[in-house]
Design a protein around this ligand. Structure first.
Ligand SMILES: CC(C)(COP(=O)(O)OP(=O)(O)OC[C@H]1O[C@@H](n2cnc3c(N)ncnc32)[C@H](O)[C@@H]1OP(=O)(O)O)[C@@H](O)C(=O)NCCC(=O)NCCS
Length: 211
């Protein structure tokens, strides 16, 4: 299901930005839901067809952002540039996920299969929530957060802009994850994480500062 401003929309054609692993993961879901992919753009492919700058004057401006987590700062920078070109990011919520009607998703985000979003959760722009993750009540996921498969986020957690939550990580309730932090796979986070910090282990400890 495609969403714009937290409301379901039936766009007949959409564009996609990013043709890598993430797109290959999401493409079958779009096809199953009869969503027609008009163009795929990708900075890493040197071909006019894939160049978003050349194709910026298209009539169809709806775009799904499928960029991975390798560089979270550039991920958000490119997202904002594409918006400034006049493209209009939309969100995709898999029909095999549970998304509470009491929760909210901004534009440009993707909620993959098997995800559970509990009541009163707020999901920002340009967020990716991968297979089987759970986000519990009253949690706030800020813009440009990437959540890997099977992460468990308890109630009243705040994940600040640009953070990455690794596979199978657990974050207990009322925790704040500072911006552009890295939570390693399998970490159990029981204390607030400062910005630009990598933590790992159970209980999670600071491994390194990222700036
Ligand atoms: C968080 C992460 C991205 C950081 O990677 P990185 O910056 O390359 O970190 P490094 O590999 O340099 O590791 C630094 C230290 O942390 C340790 N460490 C890394 N990941 C760890 C983990 N998940 N649990 C415990 N310790 C870990 C390393 O052993 C290393 O310790 P050392 O300095 O004693 O040798 C990576 O560790 C991780 O957990 N990735 C999860 C990937 C994932 O979720 N994939 C699915 C995406 S959809």
């Amino acid at each position: 299901m495609l969403y714009k401003d937290n409301k379901r929309h039936k766009f007949s054609n959409i564009n996609v930005f990013g043709s890598g692993e993430l797109y290959n993961q999401i493409k079958p879901l779009l096809i199953q839901q009869h969503i027609c992919i008009q163009n795929v753009f990708d900075d890493t492919i040197k071909d006019k067809k894939y160049d978003i700058n050349i194709n910026r004057h298209l009539n169809n401006k709806e775009i799904l952002y499928c960029v991975g987590y390798k560089n979270m700062i550039n991920r958000y920078k490119r997202y904002k540039e594409i918006k400034n070109m006049g493209f209009s990011p939309i969100s995709f919520i898999s029909n095999k996920s549970i998304f509470s009607s009491e929760s909210y998703v901004k534009n440009g985000s993707i909620i993959n299969q098997g995800v559970i979003i509990d009541n009163f959760v707020s999901i920002g722009e340009c967020v990716f929530v991968n297979i089987g993750s759970i986000i519990s009540h009253h949690s706030v996921i800020q813009d440009n957060v990437f959540i890997a498969p099977g992460a468990n986020i308890a109630g009243y957690v705040t994940v600040d802009e640009g953070s990455f939550i690794g596979i199978n990580a657990t974050i207990i309730d009322h925790i704040n994850i500072g911006k552009y932090s890295l939570i390693a796979g399998g970490a159990v986070v029981i204390d607030d994480v400062p910005p630009y910090t990598m933590v790992a282990g159970n209980p999670a400890k600071v491994i390194k500062m990222l700036i």
